[in-house]
Design a protein. Structure first.
Length: 300
């Protein structure tokens, strides 16, 4: 994928030179994060943590009966000092190009609907970092925090996506960012609030189904962006092979694929992000139309 732009964005925050310390713990009330990590590790191991990857807020619950928004504590201060960035110039430019291009596409789409787009921030970090949703941890994978309109990512996730899950390529990386931007769109639209309220009154399986709808809509929104993204000279940014890269990534992070890789039985009622087939279809639907109105997966 060949994106146009300056590769510099004021909403990009580089915290990779800061030390994140050990396993963070939520401050204030709740302690949900401390319960969530052992639960997922005990059931699925490290692969299970990636079931939460590409999720709108990995600091929230697994769906069903509780909020899918971020955990209930005050942000935890990050330990350690600041230092020089550990990002390569190529990775830093890649992240900023993705943010710059998603901002451009969604600003235009919101303007066409008579609305103003509020741009999110993108925070790159290593290990752990403080967020308005609580303490973020790299093992969660990328996530969006609605409390501060920010996307958080430890760039080492891209290595895991490529080497362990067989989804290399620049479009696979852009898809990760565009999916999280999709959750930002949902936050602006009020979808996340409605989903949270719906989950509070539903049982576990029904609540999971609500969350799956939210995730598939974000996949579809990622496809909408990709269909509209432009290259350096205004040409379509998608190149031959990009669709295949996106499909491999969507297939690799389907709930059923991750459960099989973890040696677990596939239980659709426990899905929180959708099956491989569902995620591939959602991305393809957005790519095929470039129209966010086709992304009608959420059930709230």
């Amino acid at each position: 994928m060949r994106l146009g732009g300056s590769g510099s964005d004021d909403d990009f925050i580089d915290r990779t030179g800061q030390s994140g310390g050990g396993m963070p713990v939520l401050g204030g009330g709740g302690g949900l994060l401390g319960l969530l990590i052992p639960l997922v590790l005990s059931r699925f191991g490290f692969v299970g943590l990636l079931i939460l990857a590409l999720g709108y807020c990995a600091l929230g619950g697994l769906g069903g009966g509780g909020s899918i928004l971020g955990g209930g504590g005050a942000p935890v201060q990050q330990s350690g000092g600041s230092g020089a960035s550990t990002l390569s110039p190529e990775t830093a430019r890649d992240l900023q190009l993705a943010l710059e291009n998603t901002d451009q596409v969604w600003t235009e789409l919101f303007a066409a609907a008579g609305q103003r787009y509020v741009e999110p921030k993108l925070v790159a970090y290593r290990g752990g970092t403080a967020t308005a949703c609580g303490a973020g941890q790299a093992s969660f994978g990328p996530f969006y925090c609605p409390g501060d309109n920010s996307i958080y990512i430890d760039p080492s996730f891209f290595n895991e996506l490529s080497s362990r899950f067989g989804a290399p390529g620049d479009f696979a990386r852009y898809y990760v960012i565009a999916h999280e931007v999709g959750h930002h769109i949902q936050n602006l639209e009020g979808t996340l609030d409605r989903a949270s309220r719906a989950q509070a009154r539903l049982g576990k399986a029904e609540g999971n189904a609500v969350q799956v709808g939210v995730e598939l809509q974000a996949d579809c929104y990622a496809g909408v962006w990709a269909a509209r993204a432009r290259g350096p000279n205004g040409e379509r940014a998608l190149e031959p092979g990009d669709l295949e890269e996106g499909m491999r990534a969507a297939e690799a992070i389907g709930d059923d694929a991750l459960m099989r890789q973890a040696g677990q039985a596939v239980r659709p009622e426990s899905f929180t992000h959708g099956s491989s087939a569902q995620r591939m279809e959602a991305l393809r639907r957005g790519l095929g139309s470039g129209d966010p109105r086709v992304c009608n997966y959420n059930r709230v």
